[in-house]
Design a protein around this ligand. Structure first.
Ligand code: GDP
Ligand code: MG
Length: 754
């Protein structure tokens, strides 16, 4: 407990600066001192005596009466309090200001029907004869106002011999009470709380029955009320609109000590909670209130934990002669207390939530988002507990203020939880997408290892389901019933969209892998079949040896037609394979179109490389030599010639040589026989699909005539041997041919020599 501001203190209270202890409050607590200062430790007292925790289950009684009429003595006997009492020898005022003490007799074992109410607080108000305060009526008025604003029961202590003395000091006091009451409730017409005026008649001799005394008092009270000048609007009000009355008489304490004690005991049993016996209003007799005197309607409805603050506010208004406005005071109190309670419950909330916030912040700081364990449950419980704790304490205060502050608290909590939950979902999102991507990749890898034809679309679908489920479970665990912002449908939607984007990327990669496989296949097929076509050059007979030549025979002239044909057929087949497979993993038509376009381009590259390989110096020279030798050394029937000196070796040589030399221009350009021009490569490759992203296609080699901006024409693309290479080849071939010729010549001569 921290004491409220002690600015107004004048050092009068011994406890200022130190934490007050229970022992210091033996005699109760002086709420208001002689200097009219309010004691800032009242709440401490209420805490120490456990009243503060009682909610509405407490009662406030004040006692009024002339000085030295045995008020403090009565309270001490009734409630076991230890208010200061005037000693028999010094006739001096003892009670100064207003003292308050908790009933010390409530724990006394008594039958249920006689047991005192819980948490009775008794206020002993300074006597009002004004002997030591001169004729200053100010304090009397102020303390009456204070007592009325707070107390349920006002005990009016009066000697029997004072009854009926209309001019007596007591009546002056009552007049003040009534006036003050009218002033007080002028502003508080709705709640209009009633109080009980409990007359305790002291030194009752017994000659006049209580009933008579009661009637006399009631008549006097009515007179006083009538004589009051009432504020506007309340002219017609009656005394019974504000007060109930009860009466009790006690014997002389000194003369009849035992009887005094038993009667006080009896009186004590009336300080219980009770209900009004009859519904009708009017002046209530002792009999009607025979049960407990604490009726609910007397209660000021200030929660015990706010009482000190409320009383302080009331006293402040009174001391500064401001019009007391109880509803406003109650609202102010509600605001103050609700704020205080909010702070308290938020401290508990912090204990639960701060570590989570710190863990999350740390994760963000080191760039490692992690999903906090059990966050939904922890958050939900903390939220519920905090709001519940607030409700228990704060709901006793002004309804409107309470409702508003509850909303404020909820939004304070929700701001914190929202940040946490967003962070949590971001983490769930990021880790979910990452593990989805990993899972798909490793399933694909596993599929590849097994060599099986794994179904990419199935893998994606299955892993997506798992990933969505994970996220959904997390998002659902964060949901709180009746809290709309905890519905995370849109985040779920974003997550699914991201998964789809990742799937698309993975599918693209998968497409690339497929493309690579198909390209490899194309490469190996072309390697074989194109190689074969070039090998045919070596035979030099260009298919002449095929016996049944009914169909158009393959000739050296249509080499390129055959290659083009083999090429396009192979690629066609590859395309079919590609499309089939791509469709199996849900590739879009766009993606397929791009894939095919790439495949054709790459395949052309493969072919081009293969052709280059075939016409490499050594290779092509060998082929030409074979071609030439075939023509030169074999006769039309394919039988090897045995050279004789008579043979026209030179003629055959020239013929074969020219025939082979004629191949060189043919080989130099990729030309189709029919058009004597290059194949329509741009047409065959097709236009670039619109969805192609140039960034993705950096691995593609430019093709002359297709990629015009490369500045290479189709003619150049189709040039297999450059002019220089051609010349060089002719020279080299001739040398080789000459060698063969010389050899043939030699063998012809040698054959004869043998
Ligand atoms: P207070 O000023 O009203 O609080 O009065 P106190 O309780 O201090 O008592 C004032 C004097 O009245 C003391 O000397 C008491 O002994 C005496 N006294 C207390 N009770 C009674 C009573 O019932 N009858 C009479 N005659 N004297 C009492
Ligand atoms: Mg006293």
């Amino acid at each position: 407990y921290t004491a409220p501001s002690v600015m107004s203190m004048n050092g009068h209270f011994a406890s200022v600066g130190n934490a007050p202890t229970k022992e210091q409050y033996e005699h109760g607590i002086q709420v208001i001192d002689e200097e009219k200062l309010f004691n800032p430790h009242l709440n401490t007292y209420l805490q120490l005596t456990k009243v503060a925790q009682s909610g509405f289950d407490y009662h406030l009684i004040s006692v009024f009466g002339s000085q030295s009429t045995g008020k403090s003595t009565l309270l001490n006997n009734l409630f076991g309090t230890q208010f200061g009492v005037m000693s028999e020898t010094e006739r001096r005022q003892t009670t100064k200001g207003i003292w308050l003490s908790k009933n010390k007799r409530e724990d006394i074992k008594a039958p249920e029907s006689e047991r005192m109410a819980n948490n009775i607080l008794v206020m002993d108000v300074e006597g009002t004869d004004g002997r030591e305060r001169g004729e200053d009526q100010d304090f009397e008025r102020k303390s009456a106002l204070f007592a009325l604003a707070t107390s349920e029961v006002l005990i009016v202590n009066i000697w029997e011999h004072q009854v009926g003395l209309y001019q007596g000091a007591n009546m002056g006091l009552l007049k003040t009470v009534f006036e003050v009451n009218l002033q007080l409730f002028l502003k508080d017409k709705q709640s209009n709380p009633r109080s009980l005026l409990f007359f305790v008649i002291r030194d009752h001799i017994g000659a006049t029955p209580l009933a008579n005394l009661r009637n006399t008092l009631l008549a006097d009270l009515t007179n006083i009320w009538t004589s009051l000048s009432k504020p506007k609007g309340l002219e017609k009000s009656r005394i019974e609109d504000y007060f109930d009355f009860a009466f009790s008489a006690l014997p002389h304490k000194i003369l009849q000590p035992e009887k005094f004690v038993t009667e006080v005991e009896k009186l004590g049993t009336r300080f219980r909670r009770g209900q009004r016996a009859a519904k009708q209003h009017g002046l209530h007799t002792d009999h009607e209130l025979d049960g407990g005197i604490f009726l609910d309607e007397y209660h000021r409805r200030i929660p015990a934990d706010g009482f000190a603050k409320y009383a302080e506010g009331i006293w402040d208004q009174i001391v500064h002669n401001k019009d007391l406005d109880l509803p406003t005071q109650q609202e102010l109190l509600a605001q103050f207390r609700c704020d205080e309670i909010t702070r308290e419950v938020l401290e508990e909330f912090d204990v639960a939530i701060l570590p989570l916030e710190e863990e999350q912040a740390e994760g963000i700081r080191v760039g490692k988002l992690s999903v906090l364990k059990d966050l939904g449950n922890l958050g939900k419980v903390a939220r519920l507990k905090t709001i519940k704790a607030f409700e228990v304490e704060a709901s006793r205060y002004h309804k409107g203020v309470y409702a508003r502050k509850r909303v404020e608290l909820a939004s304070k909590i929700d701001v914190r939880l929202k940040a946490l939950y967003q962070g949590q979902l971001t983490a769930a999102h990021k880790t979910g997408v990452a593990s989805f991507s990993d899972a798909v990749s490793s399933a694909v890898k596993a599929g590849q290892k097994k060599g099986a034809l794994y179904e990419f679309a199935d893998i994606v679908e299955c892993e997506k389901k798992t990933a969505l489920k994970h996220f959904e479970v997390e998002a659902k665990s964060l949901a709180i019933d009746g809290v709309p912002w905890t519905n995370f449908k849109s985040q779920y939607g974003l997550y699914e969209k991201d998964l789809d984007e990742v799937s698309a990327t993975l599918r693209k990669e998968e497409m690339r892998r497929l493309a690579t496989r198909v390209e490899r296949w194309v490469r190996s097929r072309l390697g074989e079949s194109v190689g074969l076509e070039f090998n045919k050059l070596g035979s030099g007979r260009g298919g002449h040896s095929v016996p049944e030549d009914s169909v158009k025979p393959a000739t050296e002239k249509d080499l390129w037609d055959r290659i083009w044909n083999v090429f396009t057929t192979t690629v066609k087949e590859a395309e079919t394979r590609f499309v089939e497979r791509a469709k199996s993993f849900d590739a879009s038509q766009d993606e397929i179109d791009v894939g095919l376009w790439r495949l054709r381009r790459k395949s052309w590259g493969v072919l081009r490389a293969k052709v280059d390989e075939e016409v490499m110096e050594g290779n092509i020279l060998l082929k030409l030599r074979e071609n030439f030798e075939d023509k030169f050394r074999y006769d039309e029937a394919g039988v090897p010639r045995i050279w004789r000196p008579t043979d026209d070796i030179e003629g055959l040589y020239t013929k074969a040589k020219d025939s082979t030399l004629a191949l060189i221009p043919l080989l130099s350009r990729f030309r189709l026989a029919a058009t004597y021009g290059p194949p329509d490569l741009p047409e065959w490759i097709g236009s670039t699909p619109s969805s192609v992203d140039p960034k993705d296609e950096e691995d593609l080699t430019p093709i002359g005539g297709v990629d015009e901006e490369e500045g290479k024409s189709l003619e150049e693309e189709m040039t297999v041997l450059s002019e220089a290479k051609r010349q060089d080849l002719v020279v080299r071939f001739k040398k080789t041919a000459d060698g063969v010729y010389v050899e043939a010549k030699r063998s012809a001569i040698g054959g004869v020599a043998q």
